[in-house]
Design a binder for this molecule. Structure first.
Ligand code: NAD
Length: 294
């Protein structure tokens, strides 16, 4: 069984580390917040004094951090790249900007280490149940080295391409999701004005050309999909603040690459407005309230 350093044991990292423990791996954890580290130790993670200590003798170093600046800071300042042995694979599971992801790969390559960007989809529920979808960017050698650890926390693992391709896949997917939720919300808001019942719209759209995940799995009105957050007062789920983060990443990437994403830009602004109106902590499907004006 492998020795793995796990840096960032928050909402996602905590349960992912616990699932690696369940598979018999030895996990050495680090977090700036002692309560998060303590919670992880209750689930079998060993407490490391520093990130560099955790990386000593590790087969893999996994980071699960808030943003690109955090990943780059940990790679440059904590000493993990120097402390880890040759052959150790560095896996960044955080959702970060493509530029920072590529910087992290360059830092790892300079230190002679394999690396992957490997953001995840599936939320805290998926992290707990080890049913995440993982999208990886990096060399085939890095992907093969990381595979045994990644399959322990996921139900689907896709090698998307070279450095940064995992982050690119994540932000493109979430931009589609963010836009489609607004489209579905506008459909239901219009139906309400036209006196069309939500049940009738759902029955038609879910079996015709309006069909999409936002409608059939995550319907923004209560009723048609009993498990959607709309039935639970829009408790997340996937919070508006996290959707806004991903929409902003998509817009940074669009600006940097010259891609035209006019609906992505509009959607990012709508989620920003919704968050500013106090909905940052609500599920992102609550955007229907902004669309309706209530
Ligand atoms: P979180 O804030 O709960 O956890 C991040 C953890 O990193 C915190 O415990 C924090 O103390 C720790 N940390 C920050 N800087 C550190 C450092 N220098 N050294 C050690 N620890 C450090 O966030 P989360 O919800 O677990 O999300 C983590 C990443 O996963 C984010 O990039 C997020 O966008 C992505 N993500 C989250 C979800 C979700 O539903 N929460 C879903 C998919 C992807």
């Amino acid at each position: 069984m492998a020795k793995i350093a796990f840096i960032g044991l928050g909402n996602m990292g905590g349960p992912m580390a616990a699932n690696l423990v369940k598979q018999g791996h030895e996990i050495w954890g680090v977090d700036l917040v002692s309560a998060n580290l303590d919670a992880a130790t209750k689930r079998g993670v060993k407490k490391a004094a520093t990130a560099a200590e955790a990386a000593k003798g590790a087969d893999a170093v996994i980071t699960m951090l808030p943003a690109g600046k955090d990943t780059v800071a940990v790679y440059t300042k904590s000493g993990i790249l120097e402390a880890a042995p040759t052959g150790c694979v560095f896996i960044d599971c955080s959702t970060i900007d493509v530029t920072s992801a590529r910087v992290a790969h360059e830092l790892a390559a300079k230190a002679g280490k394999l690396s992957l960007d490997c953001p995840v989809s599936g939320g805290v529920g998926g992290a707990e149940a080890a049913t995440l979808t993982l999208m990886a960017g990096g060399s085939s050698a890095a992907f093969e080295a990381a595979k045994p650890y990644l399959t322990a926390v996921s139900k689907k693992l896709v090698h998307c391409g070279e450095a940064g391709a995992g982050q690119a896949a994540k932000i493109c997917n979430n931009m589609i999701l963010g836009i489609s939720m607004i489209a579905v919300s506008e459909g239901f808001a219009l139906a309400e004005k036209l006196g069309l019942s939500k049940e009738a719209l759902f029955e038609v759209a879910s079996t015709s050309s309006g069909q999409c995940w936002s409608l059939t799995n995550y319907c923004p009105v209560p009723g048609p999909v009993p498990t959607s957050p709309a039935n639970n007062d829009y408790k997340p789920g996937f919070a508006t603040a996290l959707m806004l983060k991903d929409m902003k990443l998509s817009q940074e990437a669009a600006a940097a690459s010259g891609a035209a994403t006019p609906l992505g830009a509009a959607a990012a602004q709508l989620y920003a407005l919704h968050a500013a109106h106090g909905a940052a902590g609500q599920d992102f499907s609550s955007i229907i309230k902004l669309i309706r004006g209530n």
